[in-house]
Design a protein. Structure first.
Length: 180
């Protein structure tokens, strides 16, 4: 089974559990800390991934590292360790956050531009696409991509809105090729 599918299944299970227990926001906070721990401590992952160590030692480390966390989060981490899926923790957290954002009407967008967009420009873009897509909020991640020449290209989920000069030139080129 692929890493993406595993992380998605665990995220969905955790999301359903958190929804039933009305602890979505608390669990999101805990999972963000879990993600930070896993991202910033490669030795932690190496320890959990070490086949020479007992499973109980690994679970004990999880208990110690996440003492004040909900049993749902801790038990999920232990289950991932038991099944040798430590490497999906970060992806699982991202999948959980995407599910939670979707439930709140929040979407993620990647905006490609030649230069860093100002906060005002990001807000204007967000406002336009929030109204256009009828969503509560649009979170924008700006990526600098000099080869788009000018304008912006926006990706929301699997949909791309291309207002870049490069995109318009490519479209113009296709139109010329079709008419000839």
């Amino acid at each position: 089974m692929s890493k993406a599918l595993i992380s998605k299944r665990y995220a969905e299970a955790l999301f359903q559990l958190a929804e039933e227990k009305h602890i979505l926001e608390a669990m999101e906070s805990e999972l963000m800390i879990v993600k930070e721990v896993f991202q910033n401590n490669p030795d932690f992952i190496l320890f959990l991934d070490n086949p020479g160590l007992e499973g109980n030692d690994k679970k004990q480390l999880i208990d110690q590292a996440f003492t004040d966390f909900s049993t749902e989060v801790v038990n999920t981490l232990k289950l991932l360790v038991d099944r040798h899926h430590e490497e999906v923790v970060i992806d699982m957290v991202d999948a959980f956050i995407n599910l939670f954002d979707e439930a709140r009407g929040i979407k993620q967008a990647t905006v490609y531009s030649v230069r860093e967009l100002s906060d005002e420009e990001k807000t204007q873009l967000a406002n336009v696409f929030q109204a256009k897509l009828h969503i509560a909020k649009l979170k924008i991640n700006n990526v600098i991509e000099p080869d788009i020449i000018g304008g912006v290209k926006l990706r929301i989920g699997n949909t791309i809105y291309d207002g870049s000069v490069k995109g318009k030139l490519e479209q113009f080129e296709k139109n010329i090729a079709v008419t000839n």
